[in-house]
Design a protein around this ligand. Structure first.
Ligand SMILES: Cc1cc2nc3c(=O)[nH]c(=O)nc-3n(C[C@H](O)[C@H](O)[C@H](O)COP(=O)(O)OP(=O)(O)OC[C@H]3O[C@@H](n4cnc5c(N)ncnc54)[C@H](O)[C@@H]3O)c2cc1C
Ligand SMILES: NC(=O)c1ccc[n+]([C@@H]2O[C@H](COP(=O)([O-])OP(=O)(O)OC[C@H]3O[C@@H](n4cnc5c(N)ncnc54)[C@H](OP(=O)(O)O)[C@@H]3O)[C@@H](O)[C@H]2O)c1
Length: 518
């Protein structure tokens, strides 16, 4: 009998999962809570553009149209591109829009039985004759209407940077409730139409909390709306290596970090003795590359002048997938005084505004925008009804989410997660993973024992801890995209070496175009 695959989410990852499962003869059903495709790209702030250069954020078999000439397309261009992809591969017919999955429940084996398994799902296979997932879905237009589906395999593509905001915690009476102005999250701001957002901040003393991409973009928009008359204050706790462009000192960044040579400079999960030796010998070069990029960023953005030189290395930023592009002219706004950068390791609210820990003065403000990120882990955990799966999906508090090949939890059968673990070019990463999942579903290869998968996830965790510092929980493949893809290729029976000739293989950057065909 035909196996039923359910995909939850129709963002970039869900579309890819749909396309590749269809290519293997499945007829997946895609549940999407919203009424359109595109996920995070549906609601963004006005200045949001692709941060990844277009060629690296591209479907391997569906290039950007010639009409998009920009290297960093805007929100509408990205959405159009995703729409064209969905139409081209006839994916829309699989999607159930306005249908939110409330929870998924595994049926077929007891918790005790599952704990005794040595192979994924008990048999090492993606499907089982008795194991099923029960998917409870709600019609978001009519919340009284829920439906239950029984499926053989679930691919979770629910995204990490939406829906569940990360709101800082405060002692009693020192949180937003103490403040007489408005407090919103960047998600609320992004959900407004551009013009409404502009009107909303106009004439207000705005404080933005956070110093990553959303924070910088929103601060930029506020400073454009209000100028020096009502400067936008940015409350940050960590300086970051935001990139002004991808050409430090004229050298394209991919030549420093996205080729095989650059990967020789870092220790890799599962490496042999020779590679380990090479990584140790080349460590000084790794440091030199990082300093090379840092010196360029420092100079271009005048970071020393503004007291914004980060304490960690660029390599650490890259390995944590924290790379964000700085909006053009951001530090000009700082210089002219329409953006004020204020370090605040910890803060609380009072009636008139914000108090930075250890300081007496109140930072008076009318509106606080918390650009403090999202709780993607909570979303992932809450989709499971079973307490056992809720506990194991996130791993221990001092490890990254333990997914084999960043897709499969060894102890959760008949299920894959796509798009949780990040990279510096997420579309391409999700595409490789979806191809791998499709081959797994098609029985091209089998997964090893649960113990082997757990050991592999541990090795990746150690790698993250070594190179990402305090951001290791961010789950990401960091600066090892090629090494990671090599593992997927080997599993699928593809040649991992995709270039012509020794020097090209060693020095040319890798990207989606290298994986067009198996
Ligand atoms: C504003 C913004 C810009 C970004 N820019 C870049 C960039 O330039 N380069 C880059 O590499 N990455 C970027 N990213 C990272 C981005 O998350 C990925 O590139 C990618 O778009 C994520 O796709 P996804 O499908 O995994 O998740 P999402 O886009 O988050 O899609 C998840 C989908 O699942 C749906 N969903 C969630 N829960 C349920 C449920 N219970 N039931 C039904 N449906 C559900 C959601 O409605 C959503 O449509 C950006 C992220 C943001 C927020
Ligand atoms: N393409 C685009 O233009 C675009 C636009 C927006 C977002 N994005 C992407 O979307 C994702 C989410 O971005 P994001 O900016 O929302 O989140 P983020 O990258 O997770 O950054 C969160 C920021 O909030 C700070 N923060 C978190 N908790 C805090 C607390 N309790 N107190 C004070 N500060 C706190 C963090 O500080 P620390 O650094 O000290 O932890 C960090 O500066 C990222 O992948 C980003 O690249 C892309």
């Amino acid at each position: 009998m035909e196996k039923q695959v359910a995909i939850i989410g129709a963002g970039v990852s869900g579309l890819l999962a749909c396309k590749y499962t269809v290519s293997k003869g499945f007829n997946p059903i895609v549940f999407e809570a919203r009424n359109s495709i595109g996920g995070v790209w549906i609601n963004t702030v006005e200045t949001t553009k692709l941060q990844t250069p277009k060629p690296a954020y591209q479907f391997s078999d569906f290039p950007w149209p010639d009409s998009v000439t920009e290297l960093f397309p805007n929100q509408y261009q990205v959405l159009d591109y995703l729409q064209s992809y969905a139409h081209h591969f006839d994916l829309l017919k699989h999607i159930k829009f306005s249908t939110k999955v409330l929870g998924i429940k595994y049926q077929g084996a007891s918790d005790e039985e599952m704990q005794s398994w040595s192979l994924w799902g008990g048999n090492g296979e993606p499907f089982s004759s008795r194991g099923k997932w029960i998917v409870e879905a709600q019609d978001t237009q009519n919340q009284h209407s829920t439906e239950v589906y029984q499926v053989d395999f679930v691919i979770l593509c629910i995204g990490r940077f939406s829906d569940v905001p990360n709101i800082p915690e405060f002692p009693p009476d020192k949180g937003p409730e103490a403040f007489h102005g408005d407090v919103i999250h960047s998600m609320d701001y992004a959900n407004m139409d551009y013009e409404i957002a502009r009107d909303f901040v106009r004439g207000k003393r705005v404080t933005v909390v956070g110093f990553q991409k959303f924070a910088m973009d929103i601060a930029m928009e506020c400073s454009i709306a209000n100028g020096v008359e009502h400067p936008c204050r940015v409350l940050y706790r960590t300086e970051h290596w935001h990139v002004p462009d991808y050409n430090p000192w004229g050298v394209p960044l991919p030549y420093l970090y996205l080729n095989r040579f650059s990967e020789l400079m870092v220790h890799k999960p599962g490496e042999g003795l020779l590679l380990s030796l090479l990584a140790t010998i080349l460590a000084p070069l790794r440091l030199a590359f990082s300093k090379f990029v840092e010196s360029d960023i420092k100079k271009k953005l005048r970071l020393a002048k503004f007291g914004m030189v980060p304490k960690h290395s660029f390599l650490q930023e890259l390995n944590s997938c924290l790379i964000a592009t700085v909006p053009q002219g951001f530090y000009d706004k700082v210089e002219e005084g329409s953006i004020i950068l204020k370090k605040a390791p910890s803060f609380s609210f009072c009636k008139e505004g914000i108090k930075v820990q250890g300081e007496d003065t109140t930072l008076e403000t009318d509106l606080v925008i918390l650009a403090t990120g999202f709780k993607g882990e909570k979303k992932l955990k809450d989709i499971f009804e079973s307490k056992m799966f809720q506990d194991c999906i996130l791993g221990s508090p001092d490890s990254a989410v333990p997914l084999c090949r960043e897709c499969i939890h060894p102890r959760i059968p008949q299920l894959a997660v796509i798009g949780f673990s990040e990279s510096v070019a997420n579309l391409y990463t999700s595409e490789m993973r979806c191809r791998w999942i499709a081959e797994l579903l098609d029985s091209t290869f089998k997964l090893p024992s649960i113990k082997t998968m757990e050991k592999d996830a541990e090795k990746w965790d150690q790698y993250l801890k070594q190179y990402s510092g305090r951001y290791y929980r961010r789950s990401c493949i960091g600066a090892l995209h090629i090494w990671y893809n090599d593992q997927l290729c080997k599993d699928m029976g593809w040649n991992p070496k995709r270039k012509q000739g020794f020097f090209a293989e060693l020095f040319e950057p890798y990207g989606p175009a290298d994986y067009v065909s198996p």
